[in-house]
Design a protein around this ligand. Structure first.
Ligand SMILES: Nc1ncnc2c1ncn2[C@@H]1O[C@H](COP(=O)(O)OP(=O)(O)OP(=O)(O)O)[C@@H](O)[C@H]1O
Ligand SMILES: [Mg+2]
Length: 1090
């Protein structure tokens, strides 16, 4: 259904007439035809005024989504197509906004859709009410109570796959904001006979099948159950185990979840299923016949397995259970005697026990749910009740249960009649409104027939069936269902709604069996078989059984059978089932009458549970007995709305200037002013004695709409005035504040200005004083300066005068004196400075105190003197050998300093001389014993350059004070000896080679050594060799040889004269000794070095 809803939608898309009050012509056919037409377009709801007529669609329609709920939320009932949501919203808002407790009465026969309608209401309320953790919890618990109670209290019947086998009235309780805070569920008479037997095609309560299909195998094992429903006597007799529309396994899980959400403890859930299992198991206990010795019938348990299992589950002695099932204790003359049951008696006792366990378990469940959902706070609450009670039932065979159920339906019809037909019409008359009475059937007479209390033994015989039944139950002696029927036949024979075969008026009616009676209910005739009425009404359980149950260790079972407590001796008879039910129905009626009623009248379209099919006869029957036509007629002829003048005035007083904001005159007059102001037509309204009647709901809605607009306007006005007032107050406050602030600010500003001026004045004063002081100071300074200048001038003048006087003398004598004095003083200062800053005694310390330029030469001389002096001091400290070494070093310095590159590296090395320790060598001793060269000065291996080809060979060179000796170092044989005086000249290169050319004197008289000519030697200690040989020569000849240091020299090798040339830059030479490459080319010997 497309839900662009609203008035437009109704006009354009509505099928048929959505409010039957507007039907024209108003006939039963037209009404049903209208229902059918709407039904065929899936419009299952139709209004009669504010009553919703709902036709069961037997199919899922998209009418119950959250979006649809939002559409209906806070909308007027006629704004949108008829829906349960509309009436729910109306009831919810009346409850929340007008503080009127509400009840929604859902009626209709079995399968008409009452339970579904109640769920739709709860869904609506859950969505539109507030949100929050606690509220959501309560909502969830209220919603979850449905699947749990349906599992235990609903069953598949021929008329309905999910037929409620108990009556339910649920009060949802709200806080002042309209948020649900809890609830109370009342249950009415569970059809417990169903536990033990069902008619063909029907099932036991859903929970049995759900448990077997849905519980997991281990759980079933602990309950000692097999998953096959066929194996249980209580389930396999009716021939119906599964239902197409029901998924038992899925439902079981929903039930368990539901129980958990409601707050059942796990242990409690287990206990509940243990009891369900026990009922199934007990149902399988079979009995076998036994003849007792005293001739009476007895029985035994045919197979004890089931009994054993039950005993284990319930924690009781198997024997106790067995004896309670096969025997009963009777009191004979105050003595307790046990008598055996016959097989039939035992089966009866067993079934009674199972029914009792199940029905008490069901009541306990309701109680337990109530404990969870009850309101825990003390706050005042508003209530919305939803009544979903079993529908009117007519079966082929109707028994006690149907009688009770139909009695309840009669009572509900009563309420409907009372409130919608009777009360309304009576009110018009009471209020003096012109009224033509609408005829309707008042079923009060049938209610009386059933429930009227009193005694059948009284004179007028005017007693209800329930009272007769109770009376029969209490009678001592042999009371049977038959005697009960007879008693009814005598007591009710004249009642127009009672029929029995025994009565004369029905003697020829073969459709009425002899063991039955017929009641002409408002909904049709129902024939009740009296069989079982007494028993069921008594609802007694043998005490042995309740004691056996109480003796169980099973917690819950013990709770369910408190009368089994042996210490409780009270033998007071409990009230009969009938009287209990009557009392609870009366309580319910009182409850419903105290609330504002809303009606949903459910209609079943066909007996086949088929969608899209509307059987006219079946619907016509329901329309008739539900009194819908009368309902329409009263609504149409009457007025849709009434209200006492005071309340009407209070609600709508803002619609007229005269009555707003208050009216002090008569309320009725005030109301007239309002209506005149709204220009409402005269035929739309009627003025009663105390109430105003409005014919058309639309007029009321218009009034409401105008009121809403007016309220909006007034609210705006109040807001405007209030805001103006608030703003003005705020403005005045701001103004006062502003004055205070500005005065404070001015004060503060003035203070600040004053301080600034004061500071400025002080500054000015300061500046002036400083200026004056400065001026004075300048004057004083000037004066002082003048005085000083005068003094100076005076002094100069005196000086000048003195000089003038002494000038001739002064110049001659004082000048030279002063100059000498100055010279002496400066000289003294210079010398003192030299004395104080003399350098250390180390000869190499170069420091010397600085001096004026005029003393530079004196300072240098002093420095030299001082140096010499400290050198002498130093020398004096030396011994002879150190002196000789120093002499050698000094000579070397004279020869080589700044001339030969390798000289500086030789300075730190002491001239060791005998590098080979030759002095102690025997072979040497042998040599010098011959040559007399005892005084060895130097000995080391040297590289001797071959004069002919430049080759270098190693020889031992010994220098003695007399000669140079060249010795073969391998054989220690003297090669030649050159007397020292033969050395004429020694040549060296300035480079880093360590070679020296020894030039010999020109040979004389065939001197064999000199003939050989000059020779070139190289050694690590060449500086030492040259120095020592020079000193030896000097010692000998008192003359140093000529030493030249140059890259070239000319040399005499034998007879030929050779130019020896030193060259640097040769590559590939090894450093060290010899470190040179010597080549001889005729008259050129080239010595290359790196
Ligand atoms: N509004 C609906 N939309 C779809 N299906 C519905 C609706 N109302 C009822 N039904 C169908 O009809 C069946 C019977 O409805 P419900 O159980 O509400 O009947 P009831 O009046 O409560 O009967 P009983 O008196 O036996 O409890 C439901 O199981 C459902 O299949
Ligand atoms: Mg139901």
């Amino acid at each position: 259904m497309a839900l662009h809803l609203g008035a437009q939608y109704i006009l354009e898309h509505n099928v048929g007439i959505s409010d039957a009050v507007l039907l024209d012509p108003l006939t039963e056919e037209a009404f049903i035809e209208n229902l059918k037409k709407r039904f065929s377009h899936e419009q299952i709801y139709t209004y009669i005024g504010t009553v919703v007529v709902s036709v069961n669609p037997y199919q899922k329609l998209p009418l119950y989504t959250a979006e649809v709920i939002e559409e209906y939320r806070s909308r007027n009932i006629y704004e949108l197509p008829p829906h349960i949501y509309a009436i729910s919203d109306e009831a919810y808002r009346s409850m929340r906004d007008r503080n009127l407790d509400q009840c929604i009465i859902i009626s209709g026969e079995s399968g008409a859709g009452k339970t579904e309608a109640s769920k739709v209401i709860m869904q609506y309320v859950a969505q539109v009410s507030g949100k929050g953790r606690e509220i959501d919890r309560v909502k969830e618990q209220l919603l979850q109570s449905n699947p749990v109670l349906e599992a235990f209290g609903n069953a598949k019947t021929l008329r309905n796959d999910n037929s409620s086998r108990f009556g339910k009235y649920m009060d949802i309780e709200f806080d002042f904001k309209g948020d649900p805070i809890g609830g109370v569920i009342t249950n009415y008479l569970l059809e417990k006979s169903r536990v033990a037997s069902q008619i063909p095609g029907e099932r036991n309560f859903h929970i049995f099948y759900q448990l077997l299909a849905g519980a997991d195998p281990t759980f079933l094992e602990t309950l000692k159950l097999s998953p096959k429903p066929e194996s249980y006597g209580f389930l396999n007799k009716s021939g119906c185990i599964t239902v197409d529309t029901i998924d038992d396994a899925r439902e079981f899980n929903l039930v368990k979840t539901g129980m958990e959400v409601i707050g059942f403890y796990r242990a409690e859930i287990n206990e509940v299923f243990q009891l369900v299992a026990s009922v199934l198991k007990l149902g399988n206990v079979e009995f076998s016949h036994r003849s007792n010795s005293d001739g009476t019938d007895g029985c035994d348990i045919a197979s004890t397995q089931e009994l054993e299992d039950v005993a284990k589950i319930l924690g009781c002695m198997e024997q106790n259970l067995k004896s309670a099932l096969t025997q009963r204790t009777v009191e004979v003359k105050r003595e307790k005697v046990k008598t055996d049951f016959s097989v039939a008696g035992a089966v009866y006792a067993r079934d009674a026990l199972c029914k009792a366990i199940y029905s008490r378990l069901f009541s306990w469940l309701v109680q337990r749910i109530n404990d969870s959902i009850k309101v825990k706070t003390e706050q005042t609450k508003k209530v919305m009740g939803v009544l979903d009670i079993y529908g009117f039932e007519v079966f082929e065979t109707n028994r006690y249960e149907q009688f009770i159920i139909n009695y309840c339906n009669e009572k509900l019809q009563q309420i409907f009649i009372e409130l919608t037909l009777k009360e309304e019409q009576e009110e018009y008359i009471r209020e003096g409104i012109e009224w033509i009475h609408v005829q309707y059937f008042n079923n009060a007479v049938i209610c009386d027939l059933i429930e009227k209390s009193g005694s059948s033994f009284s004179q007028n015989n005017n007693v209800g069936i329930l009272a007769i039944l109770d009376e029969q139950c209490l009678l001592p002696g042999n009371v049977t269902d038959k005697t009960f029927l007879e008693k009814m036949n005598t007591t009710c024979k004249d009642h127009p709604h009672y029929e029995s075969r025994a009565l004369r008026k029905n003697q020829s009616d073969r459709s009425l069996p002899h063991d039955a009676f017929r009641l002409k209910h408002y909904a049709g005739n129902v024939t009740y078989k009296v069989d079982g009425f007494i028993d069921k009404n008594n609802d007694l359980l043998y005490r042995d059984l309740s004691q056996a149950m109480y003796a169980c260790k099973h917690n819950l079972m013990k709770k369910l059978f408190p009368e089994g407590n042996p210490t409780q001796k009270s033998l007071k008879r409990p009230p009969t089932a009938g009287s209990q039910f009557k009392a609870s129905v009366q309580e319910l009626m009182k409850n419903l009458l105290s609330k504002n009623p809303n009606y949903i009248r459910c209609i079943k379209p066909n007996d086949e549970k088929q969608s899209g099919k509307l059987d006219l006869d079946i619907v016509k029957h329901q329309v008739r007995y539900l009194g819908l036509m009368e309902n329409i007629r009263v609504k149409r002829a009457g007025y849709a709305y009434r209200q006492v003048y005071d309340q009407f005035l209070y609600r709508y007083k803002m619609l007229a200037d005269e009555t707003w904001p208050s009216w002090h005159g008569d309320a009725k007059e005030g109301v007239k002013k309002i209506l005149a102001n709204q220009k409402i037509a005269d035929d739309e309204i009627a003025f009663g004695k105390s109430k105003l009647f409005i014919r058309n709901p639309r007029t009321l809605f218009d009034l409401e709409e105008t009121r809403r607009e007016r309220m909006h306007f007034l609210a705006t006005l109040i807001q405007k005035v209030w805001k103006g007032h608030v703003k003005r107050e705020h403005f005045l406050l701001m103004k006062r504040s502003q004055v205070i602030i500005s005065s404070r600010f001015r004060g503060f500003y003035g203070q600040k200005q004053y301080k600034r001026k004061k500071a400025a004045a002080l500054l000015l004063q300061c500046c002036t004083r400083r200026w004056k002081a400065r001026k004075l100071l300048a004057e004083l300074k000037h004066q002082k300066r003048m005085e000083w200048a005068a003094g100076v001038i005076h002094k100069y003048y005196l000086g000048w005068k003195v000089r003038m006087n002494y000038k001739p003398k002064f110049r001659r004598i004082a000048g030279p004196k002063v100059a000498r004095f100055m010279v002496v003083a400066l000289r003294r200062k210079f010398l003192l400075n030299v004395r104080d800053k003399l350098p250390s005694l180390s000869p190499i310390d170069n420091k010397w105190p600085s001096s004026l330029n005029m003393y530079k030469s004196a300072s240098d001389q002093l420095q030299v003197m001082h140096h010499r002096w400290r050198c002498r001091k130093y020398r004096r400290k030396l011994n002879e050998s150190q002196k000789y070494t120093l002499r050698e070093k000094a000579t070397a310095s004279d020869i080589f300093k700044d001339k030969k590159v390798i000289y500086p590296e030789s300075v730190p090395h002491p001239f060791k001389g005998d590098y080979l320790n030759l002095r102690g060598d025997m072979k040497w001793k042998k040599i010098h014993s011959v040559t007399h060269d005892i005084n060895l000065v130097f000995a080391d291996l040297v590289h001797k350059v071959n004069r002919a080809n430049g080759k270098i060979v190693q020889q031992l060179l010994v220098i003695s004070s007399q000669a140079l000796l060249v010795i073969d170092h391998h054989t220690m044989t003297l090669k030649y000896r050159i007397p020292i005086e033969y050395i004429e000249k020694i040549s060296l290169s300035p480079f880093q080679d360590k070679l020296a050319v020894f030039h010999m004197k020109k040979p004389e008289n065939g001197d064999k050594f000199a003939k050989k000519g000059d020779f070139i030697i190289g050694n690590e200690h060449i500086i030492e060799i040259v120095t020592k040989s020079s000193l030896c020569l000097k010692n000998k000849t008192s003359k140093m040889p000529e030493i030249t240091i140059s890259p070239q020299c000319s040399s005499q090798f034998g007879n030929s004269s050779v130019q020896v040339s030193f060259q640097q830059g040769a590559k590939g030479l090894e450093p060290g000794i010899p470190g040179v490459k010597v080549t001889r080319k005729k008259h050129l010997m080239l010595i290359s070095e790196p």
